[in-house]
Every structure is written in structure tokens, then in C-alpha cells.
Design a protein around this ligand. Structure first.
Ligand SMILES: *[C@@H]1O[C@H](CO)[C@@H](O)[C@H](O)[C@H]1NC(C)=O
Length: 285
């Protein structure tokens, strides 16, 4: 019994050591891009903090551009009265026909739930919103939010639990992002014209500055170097072919049955001519 629990502890230690050991350093991998000092890298590059005050929000981006990858980060969101604030964490390409894969965290008054808003843009066209409550308080501690993007599918994960899958259905004529490189961006900004209860609750600036924290950034992805060659890392096979097994699909169903707030695929008022084609396939687990 004693031997069992100490090897269990050792395993735990090894796992947490591995997570930290392979986290990317924010100094090496990210640039602060907005907010004049309100985006701060500290703790030797292991932590990044974004601040929002009445004058400005702030943001950062990855130095690398990715063409497929699995991007993971731990976030701790604005605590207390965060109504009106939005923390966006997303991949995006550039130009007028850009691709984008979004997580956006919509704040709320103290004690009321955040909404996790997701969207997928292909060639400049989004309108694929799905929103969720979380099954924990995202301001109390760090939680892991991941985007898997490979040629077959996009999967949004929260603490390893899939909440949304967007499949490559190009054979049905539905565009899928697979030609444009994307960068990771994250910003903390004021969106009190729409974010909380449809814009009815405004940001309480007496609570400023608002703060969101980031750690354990891990980008396993295909990255082009300055010489033009592409490197996908030693563990490419782990994510390039990743799909949801039966157990993961069950977890996703649990989230969608219990925590989903909005699904564009159910919004028949919004699409009077008929729901988007992918919706007929979205729920085929
Ligand atoms: C904020 O809390 C209210 C009341 O519980 C809820 O209806 C709403 O969905 C929550 N989230 C946002 C972002 O408005």
C-alpha cells in the first residue's frame, strides 16, 4: 500500500515536471503587441499577464505562424466583477479571406458564469458561433484550453475534454482552413457594448485594472523557418492524426448536453433559408 501510494506520487511529480519542462518560454515564442506595458512577460518567461484599464486593453501574439498544430495554454481569467470584459484566445491568418479559430471568454458580474464563446472562420466567413458555460470557476485557478487543428478536423478542448469539433467536410463543398498559416493571438479588451447579457451590463471601471494570466504555453505545430522549410516537431504523429475516440465523444456529448448555451446549428430564426450544411453532419458522433 505504501509502495503503491509513493509510486503514485512519483508519477504525479513526473507528470507535472513534464508539463513544465516542455512549456514554451513566452520570451522566445511570443511578442506583446498591444497595450504599452499592459501586456507583461515575467517569471523568466514562464508567465504572461494581460491588463485592461479604461485607457486600453492589451494583447500578445506568437512569433511563429502555424500550418496545423495543437496549441495549448493555461489561462486564469479576470476574477470578481468581470462584466463587459472579453479575453480572446485564437488562431488567425491575415488578409480579407482569413481563417480563424476562436475561443472568447465573456466576463460576468461576480458569482455569475462566464460564457465561453467559440467560432470558426473560413475564408473570411464565420457565423458558426457555439457558446458554453464551464463546469468550474475559470477565475479561481488555471485551466488548459487547447485548439487542435489538423487536416481532418478542428477540436476545441477544455482541460482535455473536447467541447466542439469542426470536421473537414470539403467533399460537401464546405470550406475548411488548410492553406493559410495562422498565428496565435490573445487580447483582453472592453466589449461592454455586447459581451455580458447582450450588452446590458457595463464594465465597472472602479474594478480596473482587470487582469488575465497565462502559463504553460505549448505549441506542437508545423512551423516554417526563414529558409522556407517546414518543421513539425518530433511528436507530429500525436496530433496530426488526432481524432476523438469513443470515450472522448462521450465527454463531448456530456458537455454539449449540460453546458451549451448557444448553437448556431439550432438557430432556425437566424437561418430562415435553412441551417448551414455542416449542421446536418455536426451531431453525427
Ligand atoms: C451572466 O450571468 C447571467 C445570469 O446568470 C447569464 O444569463 C449570462 O449568460 C451570463 N454570462 C454572460 C456572458 O452574459
Amino acid at each position: 500500500m505504501a509502495a503503491f501510494s509513493s509510486s503514485g506520487l512519483l508519477l504525479l511529480l513526473l507528470v507535472s515536471f513534464t508539463v513544465t519542462a516542455f512549456a514554451d518560454n513566452f520570451y522566445d515564442k511570443c511578442d506583446t503587441i498591444w497595450g504599452e506595458g499592459r501586456a507583461q512577460i515575467h517569471d523568466s518567461g514562464n508567465m504572461l499577464t494581460l491588463y485592461l484599464d479604461k485607457t486600453s486593453g492589451s494583447g500578445f501574439q506568437s512569433k511563429d505562424e502555424y500550418l496545423f498544430g495543437k496549441i495549448e495554454m493555461q489561462l486564469k481569467l479576470v476574477p470578481g466583477n468581470s462584466a463587459g470584459t472579453v479575453t480572446a484566445y485564437y488562431l488567425s491568418s491575415k488578409g480579407e479571406t482569413w481563417d480563424e479559430i476562436d475561443f472568447e471568454f465573456l466576463g460576468n458580474v461576480s458569482g455569475q458564469p462566464y460564457i465561453l464563446h467559440t467560432n470558426v472562420f473560413c475564408q473570411g466567413k464565420g457565423n458558426r458561433e457555439q457558446q458554453f458555460y464551464l463546469w468550474f470557476d475559470p477565475t479561481a485557478d488555471f485551466h488548459t484550453y487547447s485548439i487542435l487543428w489538423n487536416p481532418q478536423r478542428i477540436i476545441f478542448y477544455v482541460d482535455g475534454i473536447p467541447i466542439r469539433e469542426f470536421k473537414n467536410l470539403e467533399y460537401l463543398g464546405i470550406p475548411f482552413p488548410r492553406n493559410q498559416k495562422m498565428r496565435l493571438y490573445s487580447t483582453l479588451w472592453n466589449a461592454d457594448d455586447w459581451a455580458t447579457m447582450g450588452g446590458r451590463v457595463k464594465t465597472d471601471w472602479s474594478q480596473a485594472p482587470f487582469k488575465a494570466s497565462y502559463k504553460n504555453f505549448k505549441a506542437r505545430a508545423c512551423v516554417s523557418s526563414s529558409t522556407g522549410s517546414t518543421y513539425c516537431g518530433p511528436d507530429k504523429n500525436a496530433w496530426f492524426w488526432e481524432e476523438l475516440n469513443f470515450g472522448k465523444k462521450g465527454q463531448m456529448k456530456w458537455v454539449r448536453d449540460n453546458y451549451m448555451v448557444y448553437d448556431y446549428c439550432k438557430d432556425t430564426n437566424r437561418f430562415p433559408q435553412g441551417l448551414p450544411t455542416e449542421c446536418a453532419f455536426a451531431n453525427l458522433l
